[in-house]
Design a protein around this ligand. Structure first.
Ligand code: T46
Length: 132
């Protein structure tokens, strides 16, 4: 049985007068953090992702702008998530096929449970569809 993707709400400390702080700590995340990376200046005509991972689990956050995340799990369950507040993230489990579309002003922060390893990627959709 595969874990499913889901939205995570981070604490929002502050108010409209002084602004907000959101925070993520290992104690409250679904995995210990090994890597953080971020993507930005992605043209609206581009879809990124289009892959799944054997072992990598991640949380994606739109710290600015809007990101549409389309997911598919082995077995065919498809979902669409919209990230448009800096205190909301999406947890992507392993074997979750994901494709992202970004607004022009979006900055995507990714919190990951592992360092970058190209061998962990499943970039061939036909190969993904063979996963039981
Ligand atoms: C993912 C989504 C959400 C590195 O060298 N180190 C890194 O840590 C990363 C993330 C990427 N790269 C290199 C590998 C490629 O040559 O950067 C290039 C672009 O990577 P990719 O085509 O995988 O980019 P995205 O935006 O489609 O995917 C990225 C992550 O790679 C991926 O794990 O789940 O963001």
């Amino acid at each position: 049985m595969h874990q499913q993707p889901y939205l995570i709400e981070f604490p929002r400390i502050g108010n409209t007068m002084i602004g907000y702080i959101s925070v993520a700590e290992n104690e409250t995340l679904p995995f210990p953090v090994e890597r953080i990376y971020w993507t930005y200046y992605t043209p609206e005509s581009i879809h990124r992702g289009g892959h799944a991972h054997h072992r990598l689990e991640q949380i994606l956050i739109a710290v600015s702008g809007k990101i549409i995340v389309n997911t598919e799990m082995p077995g065919g369950q498809k979902e669409r998530f919209i990230l448009e507040t800096p205190h909301t993230g999406i947890f992507l489990p392993k074997y979750c096929w994901h494709e992202m579309h970004y607004s022009h002003n979006s900055v995507q922060m990714c919190i990951a449970n592992s360092v970058y390893q190209e061998s962990d990627y499943i970039r061939d959709y036909d190969e993904f569809k063979k996963i039981p």
